[in-house]
Design a protein around this ligand. Sequence first.
Ligand code: FES
Length: 319
Amino acid sequence: MSLSSRPTIEAAVVRVRLYRYDPQTDAEPRYEDYEVPHAPRMRIMDVLDHIHEQLAVDFGYRWLCGSKKCGTCAVTVNGTPRLACWEEAEAVMTIEPLRNLPVVRDLVVSRDPHDQGLARLQPLLARAEPYRGFPEPLSATDMAPAYHLRDCIQCLACVSACPVLAQADTGFAGPAQLVALAELALDPRDGADRAAMADEAARVFQCVSCYECERVCPTHIPVVGEAIEPLKRLAYRRGASDGARRARAFIDVVREHGYVNAPKVAAKTKSGRWRATDVALAARMIRRGKMKLTDALGKPPTAGAERLRRILDDKEDKQ
Ligand code: FES
């Protein structure tokens, strides 16, 4: 909730549980408790400033603009990533660093994994044609698909909330990098192969569309709907990765059967590339009732299959 919408708290003091950890010297993180006198419409950052300046506590935290522009002040408050300079303090707060990023010290996280991943996606306009001078021949309609994505301040709140990034070794670039990539992919002036980057470098199909990134985004960017789904649409046409093949197989099977015939989706995705682990997974899914053998053996198409086919064909024609 932003400053404008959160009701002002009435407590006389703000009780804070502050995360403390210096990986250079501490064996493990600890928490320290502080009480800060409450002031009307006090921000999280004001509370941190009070602890640092008035209580003279030497701890690491970071901010720059103080006005929701630079994206440097994001921290985790009571389990949710928030912009410290923009959100109002709560009466009781546990303040921790963002998740899914290495801690440098206390509330300061390293942005290196994000910056290095972003560099691999060549986050600059790669013009398909030479610059024709100002003003560029662009209409609002041309730029509409990327319009909301330009609000991203790269605060990495979405990175902190992403459950896929919390898993080890998925290769997934994460929502913040995908917003930057989509902004270029949807720019009509860009000529780089953004579909290949989305599919291979960013592993866009690792996204499970849980919408956690959208829930926490302080600038309310429709991350899944306007960045990740368009990138998946671009990437699946290439069909180069397992994820892209699965997306293609999913649509083909639904078109053919009128429902998600899971064994056929798996068979089409893998076609000729089955490994022992895939077979074991299929057996496990059948055992647990997540995949039905009867579907694999030829359950007939549903009554609405033809109508669904027409809808899907119509959609593909328009893309
Ligand atoms: S300090 Fe810049 S966004 Fe919060």
